[in-house]
Write a protein that binds this ligand. Structure first.
Ligand SMILES: [Zn+2]
Length: 249
């Protein structure tokens, strides 16, 4: 017999629902004997976005089997929540590392500019992304809900915005990263660490005008790219400053 079940999704989980199902209880008729995970994902809400599911007020695991008359409340990952509008106190101990899908190359570069460990290659397939995410404890950033529905994925986030700059703002807000920005600590090309080096040690890579006008140099420890504080640097510094000055939500 089909089960009639009531759902209520909270906070940003509503982003995945059609307007008439957002922020209100709604009923659904469920056929077969599906798990909580399957039913919730049938509403297009990836399980990685979910922290807690209450069935009739009691926390249940994703393998719980739906029963007639259940009232199911679904809550997002709490560290993404700003409960009652209060700013969270204390700093997250989590070391935020990301892996991005092939469509988010620009966001990966931006995150690296801001100093966030962001693995990205334009030839990664879903399996590699998932494996690396699990073994290196990286949060998957993606615009593809399909990846996030994979049962092996433990940490993932569906990026809502489409423009890279808005995506960067979204990630910094959602993961509460404003106080963790370390500009120019990571190579935008390869995600390697950048360290200060003597002019002499890199002079062979430099053009005459650069040698003439600049004295401070940085180098990627991985790909050996050399950086200096040119006009691009100033533009980026201003941009990063803007982020620091905007109030977090
Ligand atoms: Zn590099």
């Amino acid at each position: 017999m089909p089960a009639e079940v009531t759902f209520r999704f909270y906070e940003e989980l509503n982003d995945f629902l059609p307007p008439h199902k957002r922020k209100v209880p709604f009923t659904a008729v469920i056929k077969g004997n599906p798990s909580l995970k399957d039913v919730i994902e049938s509403f297009n809400v990836p399980h990685t976005e979910i922290d807690l599911v209450l069935v009739n007020g009691i926390p249940k695991a994703f393998d719980y089997r739906i029963q007639d008359g259940d009232f199911i409340s679904v809550y997002p990952v709490f560290e993404l929540l700003n409960i009652n509008g209060l700013k969270k106190t204390g700093k997250s101990l989590r070391n935020t590392k990301f892996i991005l899908d092939v469509h988010l190359g620009k966001l990966a570069r931006y995150l690296r500019f801001f100093g966030f460990d962001s693995y990205y290659r334009n030839d990664l397939d879903d399996d590699e992304i998932i494996t690396r995410s699990v073994t290196e404890k990286r949060t998957i950033l993606t615009r593809d809900k399909g990846i996030l529905k994979n049962g092996s994925v433990t940490h993932g986030y569906y990026v809502r915005n489409q423009k890279p700059r808005s995506q960067l703002q979204e990630i910094i807000d959602k993961f509460d990263l404003k106080d963790k920005i370390k500009p120019f600590s990571r190579c935008s090309c390869c995600n390697g660490r950048i360290r200060k080096v003597s002019k002499q040690s890199v002079i062979r890579y430099l053009k005459p005008l650069t040698i003439k006008h600049f004295n401070e140099f940085y180098q990627c420890t991985e790909c050996k790219n050399v950086y200096w504080e040119g006009s691009h640097f100033e533009k980026l510094t201003r941009w990063i400053q803007q982020f620091r000055n905007t109030k977090g939500s």
